[in-house]
Ligand binder design. Structure first.
Ligand code: SF4
Ligand code: SF4
Ligand code: FES
Length: 373
């Protein structure tokens, strides 16, 4: 129950409110009770900071921006996955006990800090944007409608609240190897809708490698997304529909084999004729390219790109491993780590790398890869 405890900076009386906060580490822990001063306009992260400044100086919590933009302060507040810096104390009853626990899907490191490296593993496994081999970066062109379609997914702040909420992995550790999660479904959808992405099998990849089939579109991920990305409606469902169309609709399959091939061949012949007439590839407009056309929901107009996609992801490349900062015997960072008195971490590409990277260093099957290996 809230009790009056004195005026805040603006002269308004502050109250003491009841909190239960999970304290512990990977070996176990429990909820501990605190009575903490709460002032007008404060958010849950303010309370965690007040506790750190007063009776619980060793309370661990991850945060950076306090503006809902870095995605660090994800935790569960009264059982709901939320950003602590965006959760106003005024949304709770004065008499309510506010319970704060770490994200449940990921292993606890300490107190409210969890090890979210599962997400970075899945990020590294997702094949990167594959630009068309015949366009230089300055020649990329997109229609505004295509920019807007994927813009929604680019708002993701990687808070991993959706990943934490998804029941496929929330209580099922065994599903984690086969399931990338909603955050990476929107990445696959974004690239699938990208007209300049030369890989055409994003939805196949989502189905075969990311575990899209495990999702039963409960929309829980959408509900908790602080960026209000319509994960299920705008990414997962369209991808599922396209996978079904492509795999199981015999008419679509047959049609794509008969009509698309002729269409593509004609398109390619026309493009080649235009190039010959205009004196070579150097004078070609990017908008003449099949990649520059308005996308058809991720389907390719380019048989070469289709062939390329069939070769799939370049799984043999070395995936850069995260560099873990050294800790002392008690598991704490040494002071030099905190003051950055150390050389920068080595580049995952090596110190003497020259760009563009050789095809063997890329995580998608570059058209030149076969020639070089
Ligand atoms: S809609 Fe799919 S991805 Fe999202 S929480 Fe439900 S099962 Fe998980
Ligand atoms: S999609 Fe939304 S909930 Fe998921 S990581 Fe991105 S911002 Fe967070
Ligand atoms: S501290 Fe950055 S999102 Fe909360």
């Amino acid at each position: 129950m809230g009790t009056q405890s004195g005026p805040d900076a603006a002269g308004k009386p502050s109250t003491k409110r009841a909190f239960r906060i999970w304290r512990g580490d990977e070996s176990g822990g429990d909820l501990q009770d605190y009575q903490v001063e709460v002032n007008d306009g404060e958010v849950v992260l303010d309370i965690v900071h007040r506790l750190q400044a007063t009776e619980a100086p060793d309370l661990a919590c991850r945060w950076n921006c306090k503006a809902g933009k870095c995605g660090s302060c994800s935790m569960e507040i009264n059982g709901m996955p939320r950003l602590a810096c965006m959760t106003r104390m005024s949304t709770f009853e004065e008499t309510e006990t506010v319970t704060v626990t770490p994200l449940r899907t990921f292993p606890v490191i300490r107190d409210l800090v969890t090890d979210v490296s599962f997400n970075y593993v899945k990020a590294r496994e997702t094949p990167a944007f594959a630009p068309p081999a015949d366009l230089a970066p300055g020649q990329y062109r997109m229609q505004q409608v295509d920019v807007e379609r994927s813009q929604e997914f680019r708002k993701c702040i990687e808070c991993f609240l959706c990943q934490n909420t998804c029941h496929v992995v929330r209580d099922h550790e065994e599903n984690k190897t086969a399931f990338a999660g909603p955050r990476y479904f929107i990445r696959a959808a974004e690239l699938d809708m990208h007209p300049l992405d030369a890989k055409t099998d994003r939805k196949e990849y989502a189905q075969a490698e990311q575990g899209l089939g495990y999702c039963n579109i409960t929309k829980c991920c959408t509900e908790v997304c602080p960026e209000h990305i319509k994960i299920t409606d705008n990414a997962i469902i369209p991808m599922k529909e396209r996978v079904v169309d492509r795999r199981y609709d015999p008419l679509v399959w047959l049609g794509s084999k008969i009509f698309r091939r002729g269409h593509d061949q004609r398109e390619q012949q026309q493009a080649q004729a235009t190039r010959r007439e205009s004196g070579g590839a150097a004078e070609r407009s990017p908008l003449d390219s099949p990649h520059g056309l308005h996308s058809t929901g991720g389907a390719s107009h380019d048989p070469a790109a289709e062939q390329q996609a069939e070769r799939g992801v370049h799984w043999d490349r070395q995936i850069p491993q995260p560099q873990t900062a050294p800790v002392d015997a008690s598991g704490r960072l040494p002071l030099t780590e905190l003051t950055f008195d150390r050389p920068a971490a080595p580049s995952p590409f090596g110190e003497d790398v020259e760009f563009p990277l050789p095809a063997t260093g890329l995580n998608y099957a570059h058209p030149e890869q076969g020639e070089q290996s």
